[in-house]
Design a protein. Structure first.
Length: 499
């Protein structure tokens, strides 16, 4: 206190101290505002980017589901399902702005929600663009970050999908940043006041140097340091500023290092996936030769008159059956590996879908008759698609084989197709089997995934058929969709490009 009273009486020292205090306060304020704004902007953009990625991942599934069932109840169910999965608020909006579903509202409340066509992000999405907005929610009365993407049917927007997150977490982070900056500014002001009490002309130069360093730090350049000599208050202030710069620089370098680690991990995951695919191919090639030899010997033994009892022959038949199954498994693994690595070459041409379906019906006629099944080919005559004829037959064989296997006696298996409005050709296989539980549908095209593992093996399946079908359809530029109702049957459809 005595030193302060002397400074006030001295006049010049007081004025210099006051000027330094004001300059330090301004510098800390500018730096604090810059850092706060930069971190808030960075956090907001990260949230936007994450929401856009999540919206793009699900927009096609939602659009496809709405095309099949555009009802409000269907939209609400989709909103609730994806809202629970993504942990965000999901709103599905019709082309006229009517809300079809909202994950944080009931069906009754959704019916009462106002039209969203005038909302900025929704209007942009309905026009075919991806948009965002940050504002107070009129429905929930909280600050929300909104991301909206269009739901398309071909090139036409048939609605909008909007994801929203409350800004409470970002607000808490921003408040914490402001508090830290304010505390730092107060501490810096106290240090500046103490240093200013002992200012003289000989300390003007280091003060100017510190001001220049502080300006660089406010601009994000932490590489410079204050030259410090002596042990007085100005020297201590310089050391404190250098320590702050060093720690901030370390934090930034640590963040960059973490980002590099994440990139390395992602690269490693991709590499391991490639290794896994190549491993399957290599193992399949290694197994093919001994399996072929075993199968050949067993065929020879079965063709010759047995010298052993009938039991001997029965054992050989069982061994032959299992060897044949292993051979089919290896063939399927090789086929799947070639499709996954892009080695499979398609011979595309104009294919008569009706004719191809006729061949498949004829192929399974005897097997279907054994189970008293009705086989139908209801594809239109003259329906042409651009496809590989052999690969198309392979897809149909897999689908019809599954339908025949899992349809009980007296049932029906139908191959049908049509040309869609976008000129793509849709083909589907429908059976009247027992159906598939909805929980199993998303995993049916995974390798070796079976609903009833024991029954599937008894029927001769390898567990790779639908995985191969999915990759073959994708190689043609099409899409595979599986629908099923328990107790009613299953419909498997795929698309092909027009010829």
């Amino acid at each position: 206190m005595r030193a302060i009273r002397r400074a006030v009486r001295g006049g010049l020292t007081f004025r210099l101290t006051l000027i330094l205090l004001i300059a330090a306060a301004l510098g800390m304020t500018v730096m604090g505002l810059y850092i706060t704004r930069a971190l808030e902007t960075y956090s907001t953009e990260n949230l936007k980017s994450g929401l856009v990625k999540e919206a793009r991942l699900v927009q096609d599934d939602i659009a496809s589901a709405l095309r099949k069932d555009p009802s409000l109840e269907s939209g609400q169910a989709l909103a609730e399902r994806y809202g629970d999965r993504l942990k965000v608020r999901v709103t599905i909006i019709a082309p006229d702005g009517t809300v079809r579903g909202d994950s944080e509202r009931t069906v009754r409340e959704v019916r009462k929600m106002e039209n969203h066509a005038a909302r900025p992000e929704v209007a942009a999405a309905l026009a075919g663009a991806i948009s965002s907005d940050l504002r107070q929610s009129q429905t929930l009365n909280v600050a929300m970050l909104y991301i909206a993407v269009p739901l398309n049917d071909g090139q036409r927007a048939t609605g909008a999908l909007r994801l929203a997150l409350p800004m409470t977490e970002l607000a808490a982070v921003s408040a914490s940043i402001r508090t830290s900056v304010a505390i730092g500014a107060l501490l810096a002001a106290g240090v500046a006041l103490l240093v200013g009490l002992f200012l003289s002309r000989r300390v003007t130069r280091p003060v100017v140097e510190m001001q220049a360093i502080a300006t660089r730090m406010a601009a994000g350049d932490f590489s410079h340091r204050v030259p410090v000599t002596g042990t007085d208050e100005i020297a201590e202030l310089g050391r404190g500023l250098n320590l702050l710069a060093s720690r901030l620089q370390e934090k930034i370098q640590a963040l960059e290092g973490e980002r590099a680690k994440v990139a390395t991990i992602l690269a490693e995951v991709r590499r391991l996936e490639q290794v896994r695919t190549e491993f399957v191919a290599n193992v399949s090639h290694e197994l093919r030769t001994p399996l072929t030899v075993i199968k050949g010997y067993l065929e020879t033994l079965l063709d010759e008159a047995p010298d052993q009892p009938e039991t001997h022959r029965r054992f050989l038949e069982v061994a032959y059956t299992h060897t044949a199954r292993l051979s089919r498994l290896v063939d399927d693994l090789l086929e799947l590996s070639n499709l996954e690595t892009g080695k499979a070459v398609l011979k595309l041409s104009a294919v008569d879908v009706h004719g191809a379906a006729d061949e498949i019906v004829a192929m399974f006629e005897k097997k279907a008759a054994h189970k008293k099944l009705v086989m139908r080919n209801e594809t239109p005559t003259g329906l042409l698609a651009r496809a590989d004829r052999d690969r198309l037959s392979q897809v149909l064989v897999n689908l019809v084989d599954n339908a025949v296997k899992y349809t009980p006696e007296g049932g029906t298996v139908t191959i049908d197709g049509a040309r869609r409005p976008d000129q793509f050709v849709a083909v589907w296989v429908i059976d009247t089997g027992s159906g598939i539980p909805s929980s199993d549908l998303p995993r049916l095209t995974e390798r070796f995934y079976r609903i009833d593992k024991a029954r599937s093996r008894e029927l001769g399946g390898t567990g790779l058929g639908l995985a191969i079908v999915k990759h073959l359809v994708q190689a043609h530029g099409g899409e595979l969709v599986i629908e099923s109702d328990l107790g009613k049957g299953t419909k498997v459809s795929f698309t092909l490009a027009p010829s």
